[in-house]
Design a protein around this ligand. Sequence first.
Ligand code: SF4
Ligand code: SF4
Length: 169
Amino acid sequence: MTDFAKKTALEAGAELVGFTSHGDEQIVVLGYPGNGCIDLLELDRLAEGVAGKFEKHGYSSRVISSHDGGVSLRMLAEDAGLGFVGRSGLLITAAFGARVRLSAVATTAPLAVNEDHSAADGCMGCRICEDACPSKAIKHKSVEMCRAHVDPPAEDRCTICVDVCPYPR
Ligand code: SF4
Ligand code: SF4
């Protein structure tokens, strides 16, 4: 089913695909290049298409939404081998740096999950995003400090930590 899952994810528009597990479920993590240009509902719709294909093969499947407050898609993506969670708290990928959006599908389908976690320390001493962050949110690991800086007006959204990251190298 792993090859089928990869093919299905790529057909759904994902450019990065990886597999991990969470509890009793296998997780397909899908990555799409972009930084805010794909809305969350569109990501869910693409993932629903993938889940539907598994269902047709008799495997119970559901979409894991980035906005349901549950498991972190970034951590799942790291576990699945799509990249690493950097100092900025963003998923950093070799192909797209931090400019990547994520969705995921949990399924009972048997999949070959990623066992290689060697890329987990990709920052390797870099502090560029921390030094550039205008709210000091990265230094203090504070989501609230970031939100206070990036909240409305939306057109002034801060993307500094995305923009300054040297990945893709
Ligand atoms: S979005 Fe801006 S304020 Fe928030 S962590 Fe990134 S650089 Fe800092
Ligand atoms: S800018 Fe440097 S420290 Fe920040 S996430 Fe990218 S590689 Fe890591």
